[in-house]
Design a protein around this ligand. Structure first.
Ligand code: AKG
Ligand code: FE2
Length: 365
């Protein structure tokens, strides 16, 4: 057996993960249904975990009712309390019929024109990527939804104080969209492998007994654009998995499926193990719009700036532009010619302060 040096991956830095793994060459690839449907999952190496997770807490036994709140009763407090405990909260009647019709009328024609592209998903799953740059309704109704904005700020936004010369400067960095993909899972689609979406940011979670704010790098909001059931490919997830050690392996038997009606929504922390289910129906399509938010100090998953005409952005208000990642994250990130990019898109837009609040310091020891 040839052992592979993990330093090959580490370079001069460490993610505090690879030292827990020993890699060697793979003798014989294992064939399974998921791998043959999803070529990007084909195995190339053998790994053993030499420092396995020690804490193996029980997966909470809950029902969908335990994690559901009606939109009219939903507050940041009662929804974030459920998120802290289980990692997912369902919001019934998140979108009304008018909002739903607007979103569907903009996304449906795009779905209809799409061909299969099985790179990351089963071939029966069709996606509309970067929907915020194709559907203004997704921006107005979902991205800017007040509950969504407040939860994203609570879990992801950052504030900090830092010295610049003689002054302490206070800067804020908002939550911004990271990806906005709608997924139509068709009859015959096999399940999607369980994963955490924050892997794109190399987020490392150490086991937590109680949720610690600041440990998540992403928050997802999903809107059901069809009835979503276990049979037609509803998203399955593992309650409480946002508290797990980074290398704890997700197991299928720990999952529950999010079954919701059209117009319902759900929020999910980026550290929760989840994946689309199998569609075992003959004729039902499961359509979910899933937006992930991240901190504006992070790299967004989808690059919407290269494919979106500048004029498309001009229709949005300054708050929406901020959520689209077009404000300056204090200090300096995302600036355009040393300014907040909204100054280019909204004539007359003036930022309160140049790049952060500057404080004169009176009591330095
Ligand atoms: O379609 C779903 O239910 C989940 C999709 C997903 O988790 C992803 O693509 O990251
Ligand atoms: Fe995902």
């Amino acid at each position: 057996m040839t052992v592979i040096d993990t330093n090959e991956y580490l370079g001069n830095s460490t993610t505090r993960t690879l030292h827990r793994i020993e890699l060697s060459e793979l003798s014989k690839p294992i064939e399974d249904e998921l791998v043959s449907n999803t070529p990007s999952l084909a195995e190339t190496k053998k790994a053993s975990i030499i420092e396995p997770p020690v804490r193996q807490t029980e997966t909470p036994k809950i029902t969908l009712k335990d994690i559901s709140v009606n939109y009219n009763d939903a507050t940041v407090d009662n929804t974030s309390e459920i998120l802290e405990k289980y990692g997912v909260v369902i919001v019934k009647d998140f979108m009304n019929n008018v909002q739903l019709d607007k979103i569907k009328s903009e996304l449906d024609p795009i779905f209809d024109s799409k061909k299969n592209d099985p790179r990351l998903y089963p071939k029966e799953t069709i996606r509309v990527t970067a929907s915020v740059s194709k559907s203004p309704a997704v921006v107005h109704e979902v991205l800017k939804n007040p509950l969504h904005v407040q939860l994203s700020e609570k879990f992801l936004a950052k504030k900090n104080a830092f010295w610049i010369g003689n002054n302490l400067n206070i800067g804020s960095s908002p939550a911004i969209v990271s990806s906005s993909i709608a997924f139509r899972v068709g009859p015959g689609a096999s399940y999607q492998a369980l994963h955490r979406d924050d892997h794109s940011e190399h987020n490392i979670i150490e086991h937590q007994d109680l949720y610690r704010y600041g440990s998540d790098t992403q928050l997802g909001v999903s809107v059901a654009l069809s009835q979503v059931t276990k049979q037609n490919g509803g998203t399955r997830f593992i309650p409480g998995s946002h508290l797990w050690d980074h290398l704890r392996k997700p197991k299928e038997e720990e999952c529950m499926t999010i079954e919701v009606d059209e117009g319902d929504g759900f929020f999910m922390l980026g550290s929760v193990f989840h994946g689309a289910g199998k569609n075992i129906t003959n004729d039902e399509f499961r359509t979910l719009l899933i937006l992930f938010m991240c901190a504006a100090t992070s790299r967004q998953k989808e690059n919407i700036y290269l494919t979106t005409p500048i004029d498309y952005f001009k229709q949005f208000d300054t708050e929406e532009l901020k959520l689209l990642g077009l404000s300056m994250s204090e200090p300096f990130s995302g600036m355009l010619e040393l300014q907040d990019a909204r100054a280019k898109l909204k004539p007359g837009f003036v930022r309160k302060s140049n790049y952060s609040d500057v404080c004169q310091v009176s009591d330095v020891n």
